[in-house]
Design a binder for this molecule. Sequence first.
Ligand SMILES: NC(=O)c1ccc[n+]([C@@H]2O[C@H](COP(=O)([O-])OP(=O)(O)OC[C@H]3O[C@@H](n4cnc5c(N)ncnc54)[C@H](OP(=O)(O)O)[C@@H]3O)[C@@H](O)[C@H]2O)c1
Length: 107
Amino acid sequence: MAETIESPTVATKRCAVVTGANKGIGLEICRQLASKGVLVVLTARDEKKGLQAVENLKATGLCNVIFHQLDVMDPSSIASLGDFVKSHFGKLDILVTLFYWNQRFTT
Ligand SMILES: NC(=O)c1ccc[n+]([C@@H]2O[C@H](COP(=O)([O-])OP(=O)(O)OC[C@H]3O[C@@H](n4cnc5c(N)ncnc54)[C@H](OP(=O)(O)O)[C@@H]3O)[C@@H](O)[C@H]2O)c1
């Protein structure tokens, strides 16, 4: 499940995806990118946690953040996010994959 952002906004702004972003460093990166005017797709494997994180950011005045589910260990979830970014943004300017980075180099 995901929210939507209007296309005129997408055309004029940079777009970012952040993985593992419902808390911790990922959430803070979302906050900082959104505060600089970037359109942010905050992703989390747990939809409830992700939507709550987006609501918390919106409550602080950051409205350019949307949620999309992503479990970085699930190929179908990754494909779904890819389709979403392609159809809604048509581009991706920033990809923050700190959770994936950790998994890749410590296992
Ligand atoms: N904090 C530090 O000082 C520090 C220093 C160096 C490196 N790191 C590394 O940087 C990364 C982020 O650190 P953090 O402190 O922000 O960690 P954190 O607070 O534990 O947050 C990790 C995030 O990754 C998510 N996640 C876990 N498994 C996932 C999956 N399969 N697919 C998508 N998301 C998943 C978690 O979601 P859930 O809430 O659903 O579990 C959570 O949102 C970690 O990998 C950590 O090892 C942290």
